[in-house]
Unconditional design. Sequence first.
Length: 117
Amino acid sequence: MHSPSAGSGRRGEAGSVTAEFATVLPAVVVVLACCLTGIQLAAQQVRLQDAAAAAARSVARGDSLDAAAGLVPHSILRVEQHGDIVCVTASAPGSALVGVLRGITVRASSCALGGGR
């Protein structure tokens, strides 16, 4: 026959596991949010790099920046010319999906040969 104290020890262990899980859960959520933030920043960096490259090629051909400006919402394109080389720097604030990203500005730049115009 089992003593009543044997069953009550298992209940106490179950409660401590629940308490440990409750203390670890916020840390897991913070780590997950940091990982998602990093992935979003990397994806935005790639989009900005593509926009800067497209804008540099457009300006080097003599076209406008309109097509490249629409690739990344809220982006700012800055054009610099150094002789035959056209350089474009694209910058944009972090994505609004995770609020932390609003304080981070992502930048990318690209240059293209102007073709001797």
